[in-house]
Design a protein around this ligand. Sequence first.
Ligand code: FRU
Length: 489
Amino acid sequence: MLSRLEAANRYIRENKHRVTNRPHYHFAAEIGWINDPNGFIHYNGEYHLFYQYNPYSTVWRDIHWGHAATKDFIRWDYKPVALANDRWYDANGCFSGSAVEKDGMLYLMYTGHVTGEDGRVIQRQCLAVSEDGIHFEKHPANPVIGERELPDRYMPCDFRDPKVWREADGHYYCVLAVRNEQRRGEIVMFRSEDLVHWRFHSSVYRTEEAQNLLLECPDFFHLDGKDVLIFSVMPCDPEYADQVENHVAYAVGRLDFGTGRFEPEARGVLDRGPSFYAPQTTAGPGGERLLIGWMQSWRQGGLPDGFEFNGMMTIPRRLRVEGAKLLQQPFLPNGEYFAPVHSGEAELAPGRAPVLLTSGSGRILLELDRAEAEELKGNVLEFRLQEKDGRAIRVEVDAAAGQIAVRNDYEDGEPGRLDVSTDGGLALELFVDLYSLELFVNGGEQVFSLTSYAPKGFVSKVSAARPVRLRRLESFAFRPPGRDTSRPS
Ligand code: FRU
């Protein structure tokens, strides 16, 4: 009999040829469903990314941990599945978690999800260890944090997503999301000397009862002299689904390791688009803080026919704190993979809409100084991305009013809206791929991520409702690296 892990790997080997339409430069699974990024870490000279994974179908079920590695975030090497749900303590899923290196070995800390015969759910924290970064052994002491370690005032039915790190004091800490006695979301912290024995340390962050929130996938790190807490937000119970929209929030402030509480100075929303959830960060080799998110959301509807994969990851974003503001900048190598299509000035007028990208994927840059931004009143300027047969993802820029609207003709629903500052001009950077758009505004002050499934053969253009001269407009087509990645758009 094959183990569940061997069965998953064999299924992937035998069926991955069915997937012929992966995105050009966004990470997607070999086949099947993915959600959250997990265990994101720079280890042995490469970035490793694990992810919530069901190889067998395009829906969420029986969650394993998939695994891939990369040096440049464009070329990914798929590795064997790292974890399957094959123990009593993770029988119904190996849920989200993180990675840490200790004594040259790679440790994964994840949530074992179990639904009892009576329907009762219990979530506990588990460890898996690897010497080669590829094959993982579940730790004999599992689960390493369970009902015994969790104070009584918390509910083990929602106790998940450990994010672990080694602090300068030499101790290991992890933050986790939990449901408290008011049935609301809270972030708690545990502490350990050895990653195996854990003690409850503190409540780091509580939500108010009236907010009706549950939290998931917390992340914590020090950056630019501040502490940053990131978490995903959902309704605490189904009756609040109309009131609370899933999103990702952050707080910049200070974590007092004595009291164990986080004191926020500023808060914000990480991404204003409909397709961004459960991000995770890691430190790059130069100490840079990099973030990757799941570019799909629980709310989104079906896939088009013929899709054998579901879910993608965002491109990596490099984080910075300026004042108490969290900035996110795209972190992809440029020259080698993106070839110039249009550079410099552009004269636009009704009927004159230059094509910026023909190949289906690439990157577009627009920079307006303050005076130009003030001239662009009304919805004069429109990017028409993935345009085909009169339909497009339309990014309307009303620079004078400081407003951007994103309308997607391929899906029903309200347009996305961004209020942007034009005090220092306006800079837009758009990453377009076969099924997605990521829009970075003003050096990463705001980001908007959207997944969308336009038919093949589209182009991306820019148009204007009256004559406009743009002084700095550039576009770059994604140029697939030699090996095996030139998929038709
Ligand atoms: C977030 C999440 C996590 C959980 C995982 C299960 O998207 O709900 O809280 O660990 O997905 O797949």
